[in-house]
Design a protein around this ligand. Structure first.
Ligand SMILES: [Fe+2]
Ligand SMILES: [Fe+2]
Length: 266
């Protein structure tokens, strides 16, 4: 009997209440329709503001998200540095912070579709956080690990050139490189020549009529006059969910990657 295909959904940065409600509304139906085996989401804005709160992470687990990656905003919510280190917390933070940080930059997770090595890396171009070379860090992690069936990478980076370059760097070594951080979904989903599935940016899951999740009037004023006040996550509907669906064959080789985007009006 041929081995079963595996389907993994990767959801772009879930932002605040609108993002969480959108996931709650659309994820169960998507899981059923596409027979999804495992769901990973970038959760760096899971809290009501920016950052991660365990309670919100649990809420998203309850509606079907299995594991979370993060990015530059992972430490914004006071207290999460303590929580992330707790046993079996289903989350990774970027592996290449210069300073020593709690939690894990990669994890091998035993799932019904095999052992998945999930790696989270932060880009260097246009990112304030101090990080080491993400390309070399990816190499070091892959060289240090053996006990897995396939690898997925969340490369949380600003610049498309850095993300595309990471795709080629890891091509044939990992099942997928999912770009995140810009919150703007890109149309370049494809399988690279060596067999790695790639997208420059998955996008975001949050308020559609906003500037990357933040109230548009605040950001427009910032560009107009240099002021505009404190960033405030928009609570307006509709909500959008940007995601990509990765399909692997029975031998863990990527055979398809496609966008799954939904807008929820109420
Ligand atoms: Fe983000
Ligand atoms: Fe980010």
């Amino acid at each position: 009997m041929p081995k079963k295909e595996k389907r993994i959904l990767f959801i772009g940065d879930i932002i605040g209440e609108v993002g969480r409600n959108t996931v709650r509304k659309v994820l169960p139906g998507i899981k059923k329709r596409y027979k999804i085996d495992y769901v990973i989401a970038n959760g760096e804005h899971l809290s009501a503001r920016v950052g991660v709160e365990v309670e919100k992470l649990r809420e998203m687990q309850a509606v079907g998200v299995d594991f979370f990656t993060t990015g530059n905003h992972v430490w914004r919510e006071a207290g999460f540095e303590k929580e992330i280190g707790r046993k079996n917390m289903p989350i990774v933070r970027p592996a290449n912070f210069l300073e020593k940080k709690p939690g894990h930059g990669f994890r091998i997770i035993s799932t019904p579709i095999g052992k998945i090595l999930i790696i989270n890396l932060l880009g260097r171009e246009g990112i304030k956080e101090k990080v080491t070379n993400p390309f070399k860090k990816a190499d070091a992690i892959l060289a240090s690990q053996k006990d897995y069936d396939f690898v997925v990478v969340d490369f949380h980076a600003e610049m498309t050139s850095e993300k595309v370059a990471m795709g080629y760097h890891l091509d044939s070594h990992v099942a997928a490189v999912f770009g995140t951080h810009t919150h703007v979904p890109t149309a370049d989903v494809r399988i690279l020549p060596g067999g790695t599935a790639f997208v420059s940016d998955v996008g975001m899951t949050g308020p559609l009529n906003s500037v990357l999740g933040v109230k548009s009037e605040i950001i427009v004023e910032r560009f107009l006059s240099g002021t505009g006040g404190k960033f405030e996550v928009s609570g307006d509907l509709p909500g959008v969910m940007n995601a990509v669906l990765l399909t692997l064959d029975g031998n863990n080789k990527a055979i398809d990657i496609k966008r799954i985007d939904r807008v929820v009006k109420n």
